[in-house]
Design a protein around this ligand. Structure first.
Ligand SMILES: Nc1ncnc2c1ncn2[C@@H]1O[C@H](COP(=O)(O)OP(=O)(O)OP(=O)(O)O)[C@@H](O)[C@H]1O
Ligand SMILES: [Mg+2]
Length: 230
């Protein structure tokens, strides 16, 4: 199996002198293609920082990040953007939709930045909305959607460019129990299709559904358990 994420000696500090915080301390980690990973740990343990470094949103102070074998920690903005568009999807805790666009237009948004995605974009967006159970909400505006529906539109949009790696930072944080399970089932489906998913969660029930659970504590990996899920 080849790896989609490979981290070596990854270190991130914020600030200087007496206010310096070590958010991540020499993390070594390999995530295989298609793995479903839950990232857990107390508030401030470095989960979001780790996700941001993997997604190329932030740069480390030391160490290397490889995505699909390619080093990205030294890449320039343009190359990073391209890599993100081709391989990585990000889903945040708060559904970040453009308020003036309908659901289907929000899902099609990546095509606006990527000419080769333009052809058939509307059909593809419609298909993805169907996949997340929102075929009937294509022409709704974001303010007409529930929190869970808005989050599902975000997931549909994240899938638009067929990412191999999905990074989700507490994607179910603001949702009720039933909706949370629905969102996680979507991630399970994506994992079943061969995509790697890294999901930050505070919810032990959700974390237990992933094939691998990594616990962070004070910027270090405290435990890393792989198990068979049915
Ligand atoms: N931009 C920043 N400037 C300074 N310190 C930061 C910054 N971002 C994060 N930190 C610090 O780095 C550490 C790790 O933060 P991070 O956001 O990764 O934690 P987390 O595990 O995602 O927490 P939470 O569960 O609360 O989201 C924290 O101590 C935090 O205060
Ligand atoms: Mg966080």
């Amino acid at each position: 199996m080849s790896s989609i994420v490979q981290l070596q000696g990854l270190t991130k500090t914020y600030g200087k002198g007496s206010t310096q915080v070590t958010a991540l301390a020499e993390i070594n980690l390999t995530i295989q293609n298609g793995q479903f990973v839950a990232l857990v740990g107390p508030s401030g343990s470095g989960k979001s920082t780790l996700l941001n470094l993997i997604g190329g949103i932030d740069k480390p102070n030391a160490g290397t990040v490889r995505i699909d074998g390619q080093r990205i920690d030294g890449l320039g903005e343009q190359n990073l953007l391209q890599l993100r568009r081709e391989k990585i999807a990000y889903v945040f805790q708060d559904a970040r939709l453009l308020p003036s666009l309908t659901s289907i237009e929000n899902v099609m948004l990546p095509a606006a930045f990527h000419r080769k995605l333009l052809k058939g974009a509307r059909e593809r967006a419609r298909e993805l909305l169907g996949k997340v159970g929102l075929a009937g909400r294509a022409d709704h505006m974001p303010h007409q959607l529930s929190g869970g529906e808005a989050q599902r539109v975000c997931i549909a949009r994240a899938l638009f460019n067929q990412p191999r790696l999905i990074l989700a930072d507490e994607p179910t944080g603001n949702l009720d129990h039933r909706t949370r399970i629905e969102i996680v089932q979507l991630f399970e489906e994506l994992h079943g299709e061969g995509n790697a998913v890294i999901m930050v969660t505070h919810d032990p029930e959700l974390a237990d559904r992933a094939g691998r659970k990594i616990s962070l504590h004070d910027g270090e990996i405290q435990s890393d358990e792989t198990r068979t899920v049915h």
